[in-house]
Design a protein around this ligand. Structure first.
Ligand code: NAD
Length: 333
């Protein structure tokens, strides 16, 4: 092994063990110790090293895995279709590269994208049988999640029973559990008034509230849910991502009103620009925009890599530099 390769090997080992520790703190303990921007920087350095030295890529690398191990205090749920993460890009050039890759694969006259806000919470899978909510689980490590059915049933904007026509007899909806900004601020004020630690941000507040054994605690927290995809189903669904979201909405499921179907790179960039400007006035936190191939057949043809679909990417907003300092208050995460 020459010097360059052995130095890359050492760097890969160091970054991997750091990321493993950060994953444990973030996904398992709901208690991150470094900013997301620092995590993302290390993750991308690792990815670049593995691209430059493919012989050093291990199946156990953090770049090949999703989330964290589910907590044993919850009953485990096996996802029939793995719950993956998303690849992400941080600039227009990389977004254009993604779009070009999609268009090269497409035989359609026009390639449409379904563009969605990237909600900043945690992913959940919710199963409806004959229109009734029967099971809810966290993403966990992508293959196995935590059974949080009783907690999810307490989420105010989520129906326990679907309504409308042509509902699939089995329908797994996937989406994000999150906390509205106003609810989060009120929750923190209450915690401080009661002499307890406030949460550091709405994402951690949502994760900490959903992953409670006592569903009364989850019920007391202002959680909300928006759907963004379908997992397993038995019945008929549209062949367009956007139309599927519309179908979910027609059955009473909550979806973000910001979701749009657009054609062409310019329209994609306009969406990003508009929602960046709107972001401060949205009722919930978003940390980017998700671009998904609209045509489900093309999605299936493009398939997946280890931890993410090839037909979607997240364009994350630049990290916010501002740090809020509240004197004499210790935060819980
Ligand atoms: P991610 O958050 O970058 O993207 C995937 C997730 O986005 C999905 O699982 C889903 O939950 C969510 N999502 C929101 N809106 C969506 C939509 N419209 N369609 C599809 N999915 C949508 O990936 P991740 O694997 O959950 O987490 C990785 C990120 O978490 C890192 O980039 C980092 O920012 C953060 N992280 C931070 C630390 C830390 O220590 N600070 C540790 C681990 C991870």
């Amino acid at each position: 092994m020459n010097d360059k390769v052995s130095s890359a090997k050492q760097q890969i080992q160091e970054i991997s063990s750091l990321l493993e520790e950060y994953n444990y703190q973030y996904y398992v303990q709901d208690a991150p110790t470094v900013p997301d921007a620092e995590y993302d920087r290390l993750f991308h350095t690792l990815k670049q090293l593995e691209t430059d030295y493919p012989e050093l890529l291990s199946a156990n690398s953090p770049t090949q895995k999703v989330g964290g191990t589910p907590l044993s205090k919850f009953e485990q749920v096996t996802h029939k279709i793995p719950m993956l993460s998303l690849d992400n890009v941080f600039d227009e050039t990389s977004l254009n590269d993604f779009m070009k890759r999609v268009m090269d694969k497409s035989t359609l006259d026009e390639t449409a994208f379904c563009i969605e806000p990237k909600l900043d919470g945690l992913a959940a899978s919710i199963i409806y049988e004959n229109g009734l909510l029967v099971q809810a689980a966290t993403r966990g490590d992508g293959l196995t999640g935590e059974n949080v059915t009783e907690n999810v049933k307490t989420i105010a904007n989520l129906p326990l029973r679907l309504r409308g026509d042509n509902i699939p007899s089995l329908l797994e909806v996937r989406g994000e559990v999150f906390m509205l900004k106003a609810g989060f601020n009120k929750l923190n004020e209450g915690l401080v008034a009661a002499g307890e630690k406030p949460f550091v941000n709405p994402r951690n507040a949502a994760a900490g509230s959903l992953r409670q054994l006592d569903s009364k605690i989850a019920a007391s927290r202002p959680l909300a849910f928006y759907c963004y995809s379908v997992g397993v189903f038995e019945g008929e669904l549209a062949n367009s991502q956007y139309q599927r979201i519309e179908q979910l909405k027609s059955w009473g499921l909550p979806v973000s009103s910001e979701v749009k179907r657009v054609v062409g790179e310019d329209a994609c960039h306009d969406f990003y620009q508009n929602i960046s400007e709107k972001r401060p006035s949205l009722a919930y936190e978003i940390d980017g925009v998700v671009y998904k191939v609209d045509d489900i057949k093309l999605q299936q043809e493009m398939g997946f890599v280890a931890r993410a679909p090839r037909w979607a990417t997240a364009y994350k907003f630049p990290a916010e530099e501002a740090v809020t300092v509240v004197e004499n208050v210790e935060f819980q995460v």
